[in-house]
Design a protein around this ligand. Structure first.
Ligand SMILES: Nc1ncnc2c1ncn2[C@@H]1O[C@H](COP(=O)(O)OP(=O)(O)OP(=O)(O)O)[C@@H](O)[C@H]1O
Length: 755
């Protein structure tokens, strides 16, 4: 403070040789203004603490916790002191959570869903002699197999690679005989494109989307492709992807296209990877923490010309920026959007927005770009507006039934996208609600009772999983084995009361054994009480349906969202003498590719425990940070709407009573392929699906603009695009379109609620 406020040229001006700093400080007469400034010196650090609190609140929100009830010291454990916990001090939030869970328990019990009445003994796998390998040895084996798959892929890529003419004009390139044979090849290629359209029975729009990419891929000089394939759920966006994959495969160029998605579940469905793992982007929600250099990403992108990113609605503007920046830095082309890589985005904006931040951070958010606070998000939105080729698919290939109810169901879903359900739609949707008095339309019907339920909150998922597990054990005549987590308390160093350094110090953390009383409390807590949903206690039996909850090795289908059943396990004793899982063997359900581990049956994979640092809620509402070691799987009797996005499910059981808005309801219901294959567990909020999207400015504008871009793309493909409509950006294209066709002109297929 003296150096700041006392005039000085040498140290002696500040204090005499024998004087202490303290006495020099006390002797100096600071002015009132200086004292005021000194009082506020800690302001910055207080702001940083507030920022951390805010982040913690947002995290809590994602856990379904009311942030207004958060204690001010919800941070990272620093204020926490030694753990103490007592049963009789239930916190407000915990009490409410338990009430909510009880409601769901009662609801399921009243429908008869919890009663054991089938004989499922055939679901128990035969006993098997597992190789006696430690978890570490299995981890090594997984790493080895994963690296083999990657090496083989790279080798295949190298063998298949041949030089394509340079895509960038004004650059000289030596062409070989290979290029002279191009004409012959181009005829063969056109035949291949035609054949594939027939083989995959592509409809008109699907074919248009496929041809745009395929022709781009065979053209010797093409601009960077920046494309979006949209359309309502089930219109076959993934089908176009399948056709493209086959196209590249038949041309021995599989390496040219990679497929990525924002979540492990979506990626697993497409046999792709999360974009985090491919581009080395960290994500706490997906539990992915990558340290990848630009050269590593570059080697991953070697030979890749197309990136297909599905479920784009779940991407935030910031995510878009990160993806572009990573690709540009890996390819060393910082001046080009996405580093010049051809990008194909697919998805439906009527489905769920990003999990963290929702609509406000989505690609169509109206608030992004209006403040200077988040430039990355603004750049991300600008990048999204670089997409100038749009194909909107119209024909619903999922709900294809021709019965009157199916036609009505399709219409209701179509109207739901625009929050414009009619009275007739509501009547139809009400007829889908589970009816205990009608055996065929009850959730207790054998057709529906063994299907996992799509719902909104993780706490409700916990209830369904717990009750479903008990029921399954009873129906298979097995005892449940409880496997407990190994937890350690994470204690942070105290921060000095005054920070002299401008730089904020990172607090060191040390791990300590948790006392038995608190450990018992933690083991009773359900998975949704921690931010990564790692179960404290896993109750398992053989054949039990489970879902893998971490991205271990996408190449071996050990991916977050992959479904399977328990095949067997190796157990041991933990620090508290409790039963712990050493290895869980999971039989994969419909894996995207067969996985064969040595000495294990086909598609049985070993899952070993992971150690993660998590925020865990105690019954008295305090949030503590612990380090938990556990096998990351959960029973699969329910899943959240986020996990369901992209799936086709028949039958489809949904609980949309708590859905946040029309997009969540639409996502859950549109998984189904027929009206009769759909059961709604309880009622729904009619206001969520009626009233139109007039108040959803960004969403409405996005849909309108995509329709115009779709029209422009169609005109361009048919060579009917007026020459005045040129450009590379959404804004200018739409402006020229409007000035050519008139401001009030709208594409023919624009939904009436968007007019
Ligand atoms: N041209 C087609 N011919 C026959 N079946 C098709 C066709 N296109 C798609 N399907 C089928 O329709 C269903 C839905 O298709 P798909 O999953 O590709 O839709 P989507 O648009 O990606 O859906 P979502 O938005 O929900 O992810 C799938 O079962 C798929 O096999």
């Amino acid at each position: 403070m003296l150096t700041f406020f006392k005039p000085w040229r040498t140290g002696k001006d500040l204090k005499e040789k024998k004087e202490t700093w303290d006495s020099a400080f006390l002797d100096y007469q600071f002015s009132a203004q200086q004292k005021f400034l000194m009082d506020n010196f800690e302001l910055r650090f207080e702001c940083l603490d507030s920022r951390d609190d805010y982040h913690a609140q947002r995290k809590a929100q994602s856990l379904g916790i009311d942030p207004s009830k958060l204690e001010p010291d919800f941070d990272d454990g620093i204020h926490f002191g030694p753990f103490k916990c007592s049963d009789d001090s239930l916190g407000v939030r915990e009490r409410r959570r338990q009430l909510d869970m009880q409601e769901m328990t009662d609801l399921l019990a009243n429908t008869g869903w919890t009663n054991a009445k089938c004989d499922l003994k055939s679901h128990i796998p035969a006993s098997f002699d597992y190789p006696s390998m430690s978890p570490a040895a299995w981890r090594l084996e997984i790493a080895k197999m994963k690296s083999n798959v990657i090496t083989n892929k790279l080798k295949e890529n190298k063998d298949q690679q041949y030089n394509f003419p340079n895509k960038y004009p004004d650059q000289v390139e030596v062409l070989d005989q290979h290029m002279l044979e191009e004409k012959l090849r181009s005829n063969q290629t056109q035949k291949l494109i035609d054949d594939l359209c027939l083989e995959f029975s592509l409809n008109l729009e699907q074919e248009r989307a496929f041809r745009i990419v395929a022709n781009h891929a065979v053209s010797s000089i093409s601009d960077q492709l920046k494309m979006y394939i949209g359309g309502m759920a089930g219109t076959g966006k993934s089908q176009v992807l399948k056709t493209l994959r086959e196209f590249f495969k038949r041309r021995l160029q599989s390496q040219r296209m990679i497929v990525v998605a924002p979540t492990g579940t979506a990626a697993a469905l497409l046999q792709g990877s999360t974009y985090h793992s491919v581009f080395g982007i960290n994500s706490s929600e997906e539990g992915e923490f990558w340290k990848m250099s630009a050269s590593q990403i570059c080697s991953r992108l070697s030979g890749v010309d197309y990136v297909f990113l599905d479920e784009v609605s779940m991407l935030s503007c910031k995510d878009m920026y990160k993806i572009s920046a990573k690709i540009a830095s890996a390819l060393n082309r910082p001046l080009l959007p996405f580093g010049g890589m051809n990008m194909i985005f697919a998805g439906d904006f009527a489905q769920l927005p990003p999990a963290m931040g929702g609509e406000n951070v989505s690609l169509y958010s109206h608030t992004i770009g209006t403040s200077s606070s988040d430039q990355h998000a603004s750049i991300g939105k600008y990048l999204w507006h670089q997409i100038n080729t749009v194909v909107l698919l119209r024909k619903n290939c999922r709900q294809t039934g021709s019965s009157i109810r199916d036609v009505k169901f399709r219409q209701a879903l179509e109207n739901m996208r625009y929050k414009q359900c009619t009275a007739e739609d509501i009547t139809l949707l009400r007829s889908l609600i589970s009816d205990p008095s009608n055996e065929s339309r009850s959730i207790d019907n054998p057709r529906f009772r063994n299907t996992s339920i799509i719902l909104t909150y993780n706490k409700h998922k916990d209830v369904a999983n717990e009750l479903g597990t008990k029921r399954f054990a009873a129906e298979t005549g097995q005892m449940l084995a409880d496997f407990f987590s190994e937890d350690e308390e994470v204690v942070f160093d105290e921060l000095p009361s005054k920070t002299h350094d401008r730089k904020r110090k990172r607090r060191k953390a040390t791990k300590h054994k948790i006392n038995d009383e608190v450990q018992q409390q933690l083991w009773k807590q359900s998975p949704s009480t921690n931010n990564m949903q790692i179960p404290a206690t896993l109750s398992l039996c053989k054949g039990l349906p489970v879902m893998i909850r971490f991205n271990g090795a996408t190449e071996l289908c050990i991916t977050k969202g992959q479904e399977g059943t328990v095949h067997g396990w190796q157990a041991g004793k933990g620090r508290h003498g409790q039963l712990v899982l050493k290895v869980l063997y999971v039989k994969l359900e419909k894996p995207s590719t067969d996985v064969q581990f040595k000495d294990l049956p086909l598609n049985v994979v070993p899952i070993t425990p992971n150690t993660r640092r998590i925020n865990c809620k105690l019954p008295d509402d305090r949030i503590i940070q612990i380090s938990r070691t556990q096998v990351e799987v959960l029973p699969n009797f329910a899943m959240t709407d986020f996990a369901s996005q992209g799936k086709t499910r028949d039958p489809n059981v949904v609980d949309i009573y708590n859905s946040r808005d029309f997009r969540a309801i639409y996502t859950a219901l549109s998984r189904s392929s027929s009206a009769d294959g759909t059961i709604i567990l309880q009622g729904f909020n009619v206001n969520h699906i009626t009233g139109g999207v007039k108040d959803k400015g960004g969403y409405r504008q996005e849909l309108r603009e995509l329709e115009i871009l779709n029209d422009i793309t169609k005109l361009r493909e048919n060579r009917k695009l007026p020459p005045s409509i040129i450009g590379d950006l959404r804004g200018s294209l739409i402006q020229q379109y409007r000035s050519h066709f008139g401001k009030s002109h709208t594409p023919d297929e624009l939904h009436e609620s968007l007019v």
